[in-house]
Design a binder for this molecule. Structure first.
Ligand SMILES: Cc1cc2nc3c(=O)[nH]c(=O)nc-3n(C[C@H](O)[C@H](O)[C@H](O)COP(=O)(O)OP(=O)(O)OC[C@H]3O[C@@H](n4cnc5c(N)ncnc54)[C@H](O)[C@@H]3O)c2cc1C
Length: 418
């Protein structure tokens, strides 16, 4: 069904065009889409989250994310941090180093006057807490497994066509005032809206694995830069750490193909012996690193959040945190617009979101790109410059605090949901 433009509408068509099943449809029930739904649950808006996977599939993903202080603050504002915090691990020291250079930059909580520097959370823990907080919420419906096949936008709203994946009781189409694309890096919502992206694939893939070190991690996160790419160890539970090992694609595939023992040996060579012997537990997987930024985040009756709007190199663990902040910001803008009686899907409201988030995300994406490129080279003038840079950061406290605040998402305008 194609909706006519406003000028072509007869009065009965007008009435139909102004009838909505929901105010807002969030396409994609990953962590970012679910965060937006939770942030809007008491807004008075009627919301549907449309997710292609079943709830158990969506929860059971192997990812783990660094949660910066900005994200834990947002989850606290949403009233769900107390449910999340018992199942996540914190780090109170970050050690940055450059290959075999003995100089290490150390960050401590007192640099931020905070009790910890950040947390590491698994996908399961985050998504489950978000879903639990929506369990008795009448304002939010969760439609899954249901895939959005296409959307048609007219002056008054958006018609969303659905592939209900064989569920007879699910409607084939919905009419809403606003669509939010939270459908990941290959966003169909973004593509259908004709929004292009800029960016590039990196020459590297990331190998992700869980290890059980012989010695306690002591709540320390390590990021060590090698010419082949950054290598991070993050505490994910009392006994386990998550490694994110970036290497050129062929080397990453060769590492993935090793058996656990050979992989643990390669890992010890790369990391050293600070934590004693390292045992690999659970599956390993790789994903290609890429930088991708949507040329715009909004259209009339459309906004993009999370990976649908931007993806970046995993160095510094920025990706998920930017998405959580997008969701909180969009929620604040929509709540204000709704309270002031504005049309939540109007381009004017949408542009407020784009103005707020796009520049901040651009800075973070550029930061990860420059960090990766500057450290993934053995060219001596760059090596000397970056090692000098690390010493300056270590020695000049205001600069160190600024770098840390930027990495922890504590710079720029912050959404307020309380
Ligand atoms: C294999 C892999 C491993 C990764 N590992 C890590 C890691 O260890 N640490 C880390 O920090 N980052 C990791 N990342 C990046 C991280 O997963 C993303 O930054 C993060 O998931 C983005 O969240 P999101 O909610 O925006 O998108 P996603 O998590 O991609 O969620 C999008 C959701 O939309 C749904 N969807 C898509 N299309 C449709 C449609 N047409 N209709 C309905 N629903 C739809 C999908 O099923 C999905 O649930 C990894 C990425 C990949 C691909």
């Amino acid at each position: 069904m194609v909706f006519p433009s406003a000028s072509e509408c007869s009065s009965s068509q007008d009435a139909m065009a102004l009838t909505y099943d929901y105010d807002l449809a969030i396409v994609g029930g990953g962590v970012v889409g679910a965060t937006l739904a939770v942030a809007l649950r008491d807004s008075g808006l009627k919301i549907v989250v449309i997710e292609a996977e079943s709830q158990s599939q969506a929860i059971e993903k192997g990812q783990a994310y660094v949660l910066h202080l900005s994200s834990s603050r947002i989850f606290a504002d949403l009233g769900i941090w107390d449910q999340i915090v018992p199942d996540v691990e914190y780090f109170r020291q970050v050690r940055l180093s450059d290959a075999n250079c003995p100089h290490v930059v150390e960050f401590h909580p007192q640099d931020l006057q905070a009790p910890v520097l950040g947390h590491v959370a698994t996908h399961q823990v985050l998504l489950k807490a978000l879903l639990d907080s929506l369990a008795f919420c009448d304002a939010v419906d969760w439609m899954c497994p249901t895939r959005v096949t296409c959307t048609q936008t007219d002056t008054h709203g958006v018609t969303i066509h659905l592939d209900t994946l064989g569920q007879a009781e699910t409607p084939q189409a919905l009419r809403v005032r606003l669509v939010v694309g939270a459908d990941g890096a290959r966003s169909q919502i973004r593509e259908q809206a004709g929004i292009r992206t800029r960016g590039w694939p990196y020459w590297q893939s990331c190998i992700v694995a869980t290890i059980e070190p012989e010695k306690f991690h002591n709540h320390t996160a390590y990021e060590r830069f090698w010419p082949s790419g950054p290598f991070a160890i993050l505490p994910v539970s009392k006994a386990h750490c998550r490694i994110v090992w970036t290497a050129p694609h062929a080397e990453a595939q060769a590492l993935l193909a090793l058996d656990d023992e050979a992989f643990a040996q390669a890992l010890s060579k790369r990391y050293g012996s600070d934590m004693g012997s390292l045992r690999v537990v659970g599956p390993r997987f790789t994903f290609p690193a890429k930088l991708q930024h949507a040329t715009c985040y909004v259209r009339p009756r459309l906004a993009l959040v999370g990976d649908a709007a931007h993806s970046c190199h995993p160095v510094g663990g920025q990706g998920m945190n930017l998405g959580i902040r997008d969701a909180a910001t969009l929620a604040e803008i929509l709540i204000t617009a709704q309270a002031q009686g504005e049309d939540i899907g109007s381009l004017k409201v949408m542009k407020r979101y784009q103005r707020w988030r796009r520049r901040q995300n651009f800075l973070s994406l550029s930061f990860t790109d420059i960090l990766n490129r500057t450290f993934s080279t053995g060219w001596l003038p760059i090596v000397w410059t970056r090692r000098f840079g690390l010493r300056v950061i270590s020695g000049v406290r205001p600069l160190k605090v600024l770098v840390l605040k930027f990495m922890a998402g504590l710079t720029g305008q912050f959404p307020s949901l309380t």
